[in-house]
Ligand binder design. Sequence first.
Ligand code: KIV
Length: 262
Amino acid sequence: MVVTVDRIAQWKQTGKPVQPLAVLTAWDVISGQIVDQAGADIVLVGDSLAMVALGYDTTLPLSLEEMLICAKAVRRGVKKALLVVDLPFLSYQPSRVEAIHAAGRVLKETGAQAVKLEGGHGAVVERVQDLVQWGIPVMGHVGLTPQSVNQLGGFRQQGQSAAAADRILTEAQALEQAGAFAIVLEHIPAELAGTITKALKIPTIGIGAGIHCDGQVLVTADVLGLSVWQPPFAKVYAQLRQQAIAAAQQFCGEVRAGQFPN
Ligand code: KIV
């Protein structure tokens, strides 16, 4: 069955017990095909692709144009899952008009069904309201928001003090009120994620946020063991980087030895 925004938004309002949502990232057609065929409910073209696929040190340098190219490629590989695309840093922050243009381009040019943007303070909540009002579904993202890495002082766990935890809960509630259909909770204590999950009607999707969320997301390059480094909360399910290097080495060796083609 094809996954829709509406189905995700209603995920935990059916009154019946529901399975947690499985969400994976993708950055090109092959990764899109892999996670879609694996049965992910949502495929996220996360701006982590800035680091995973384009080799930047953070997500900040990623442009909207680069994101559009990657998202179009992922779209060609995803047939069933809901496709959500991150709005890159500074494509939505400067003004309401820029946010609508950036999100509109993502939907029009890539065929994605929704966008994700980071943060839960006043201006972001206003952007979410605007986009939803114009028919653009939005996924929120609070806790560790990598686009604010310089302000957060690194990729550290957020929400450790009572005041910080309260702020993240308030942000999540404001995003729900603004019309977000789901929300990512990144790198916050499991207990806080549980409190937010109970307080919201829309599903929470955790990454490094413990077991109490309504779904879980990981960066696919980490899951497959393709990335050089993985965050402490990631689980590596395969060692494809090592296998790929070994396969490529075997090819080089066989060519040099005159064994391929034979
Ligand atoms: O950019 C990304 O891949 C993300 C996920 C880690 C949630 O935002």
